[in-house]
Each structure stands twice: as C-alpha cells, then as structure tokens.
Ligand binder design. Structure first.
Ligand SMILES: [Zn+2]
Length: 300
C-alpha cells in the first residue's frame, strides 16, 4: 500500500457529529445521529482505493460509539485524537487541555485497544497565542500534531507557517528545527496543505475542497509534491453524506458548512486516483523519526 517513495500525501478525517461544526453548534436544535452512515460512505471509498487514512476521533463520540471506532481501526486505518469534547484550544487552558488529551486517549484506547499518538485541534486552533498546546501535547506523550493551518484566515491559522512537516522546537514552535537530537523536539507538526504560492491558497480539504475546482486542488498538491512536501488533506465524514439534514442558520454559515456536499465523494475519488495517500503514522515511520517514537502503532 505504501511504497516508501516520497512524497506520499496524508489523508485524514475529523470524526465528529455533523452538528459539531462550530458555525452550526448554536443553530441545531434537534441532532440526528448520522455518524455511522457518514463514516461507512468514507470507509467504502477507502476500501475501493486500498488506501489507509488517519481518523481524528472526538473522545466523547468514541465513548458513545465504540463500535464505530473499532470498525475504522479494523479496516487498517489509524485512530488519533480530535479532543475529548471538540472544544477549540482558544477556549481551554493548559490544565483543561491536558485533561482533554488524557480523556480522549483513554476513550480511544478503550474503544479500539490502542492509545493514539496523534492529535488535531478542533478548528485548527493552534495559532500564535495558543502555542503552549504543543508543550502540553509533548508532555502528554503525543508524538505528532496536525493542528496548524499555515496561513491566516479570519477564524484561525498562522501566517507564513511552515508548509513542510517538522520537528517542533521549544523556542520557535512555528518554525522547523534542524536539531533532531534533543528530547525537547519530540513532537512532529504536520501543517495542513496550503499552496507554496506568494498568496497562499488552502488546498487542504473540508470547505476549501468543496468550494475549489478539483483542477486547482490537484495543481496545489502537485506543486507541494514537486518540492518534496506531502500534502496533509482532511475531510469530515458528514461532508460525504447527502442525507445530513441542512439546518437554516445564516446564509454565510450554511454556505461554508454545506456548499458542494454533493460533489465531495467525486473529488476525493479523483484525488485518490491521481495521488498516493497514507496515514500520519506511516509517514512518520518513513521519515527516520521513528526512533523518537518507539510506541508508534503500525497502521498497515
Ligand atoms: Zn472538528
């Protein structure tokens, strides 16, 4: 499945209820549980393309749907943490974030038998001002993070952040360090994919993948790959489910949350045909950073 030739891109899914999308939280009164249905649609596509992906799962969801987590893991995918309660780091402090990390690791381990080593913050909420989260991740035995959106958007992001996966330095958390020897640099950051053009353009997935033409996504990923940079791409299972009931919040929020939902599957299928994809864990294993991560689970 993984040929060990660079760059294999990284495919991930943030597993949460569709109504967890932050823009919708306040406007959904009745929540319909579609998570099994949505995840099955994704698993089906991955099975057909023989691709393993990383699933960042909300801990609370693992507690109520352990069978779902087991099913994902049994199909050869990597399970990682998307927090315990889907609370953005902006609304946490180091103590409560530590609690989120250990509770979600416990919940995921309980559900599928393996402790996660990776984390993605809700809303890409590791930005300037919340960089302390990276220290907490390190001290909580997480091995990698994929929470940085390396361009500034109205809601999140780090302007001019590194496009390339890197070892996090204690002093300058948003810049790659070349020092791979110190114990302090044991956290690997996987920024999500934005283009390397002077005006950066997000090609990472989610809303952007639904909005932008597939040709543009492919062009952006190809540019990164040419420089030896794997593209970290993300989706949410609910983005593949046309049965998700569309609530009626403001037009803008509805647009961001649901625009293009009928074409997500076709876009993912085309990306899987064009590029090679794998998990964060398998990427880590090919980087020779594995000695930093003795307990890394094998996902293949
Ligand atoms: Zn999320």
């Amino acid at each position: 499945m993984n040929t060990h030739t660079r760059p294999t891109n990284i495919l991930s899914f943030d597993v949460e209820h569709w109504y967890s999308a932050t823009l919708l939280c306040d406007s959904v009164e009745e929540s319909v549980d579609r998570i099994h249905e949505s995840t099955d649609l994704v698993l089906d596509i991955l099975r057909r393309h023989d691709v393993a992906a990383t699933f960042f799962v909300v801990g609370e969801l693992a507690e109520t749907h352990p069978g779902l987590v087991r099913k994902i893991a049994n199909e050869g995918h990597e399970i990682a943490s998307h927090g315990q309660t889907h609370t953005p780091i902006f609304d946490l402090n180091p103590g409560s974030f530590e609690g989120e990390l250990s509770a979600s690791a416990d919940a995921l381990e309980w559900a599928c038998g393996e402790r996660p080593v990776g984390f993605r913050a809700p809303n890409f909420s590791v930005t300037r001002g919340t960089e302390w989260a990276l220290d907490v991740l390190k001290s909580s035995d997480y091995v990698y993070d994929s929470s940085i959106f390396p361009m500034r958007t109205p809601m999140y992001g780090v302007s001019k952040g590194s496009l390339r996966p890197y070892l996090v330095s204690p002093d300058r958390p948003f810049e790659p360090t070349t020092d791979t020897t110190t114990a302090e640099s044991r956290l690997v950051e996987y920024p999500v994919a934005v283009t390397d053009t002077p005006l950066r353009l997000p090609v990472a997935g989610g809303f952007y993948a639904r909005l932008l033409p597939i040709e543009l996504l492919e062009w952006g990923i190809r540019r990164l790959n040419r420089r030896g940079i794997p593209a970290t791409v993300y989706f949410h299972p609910w983005e593949f489910n046309p049965n998700v009931p569309i609530p009626t919040p403001s037009f803008t929020n509805r647009f961001i949350s649901f625009h293009g939902i009928d074409r997500t599957a076709a876009k993912l299928e085309r990306l899987l045909q064009t590029f090679e994809f794998g998990t964060h864990a398998s990427d880590l294993a090919t980087r020779g950073w594995r000695e930093l991560t003795p307990e890394l689970p094998t996902s293949e």
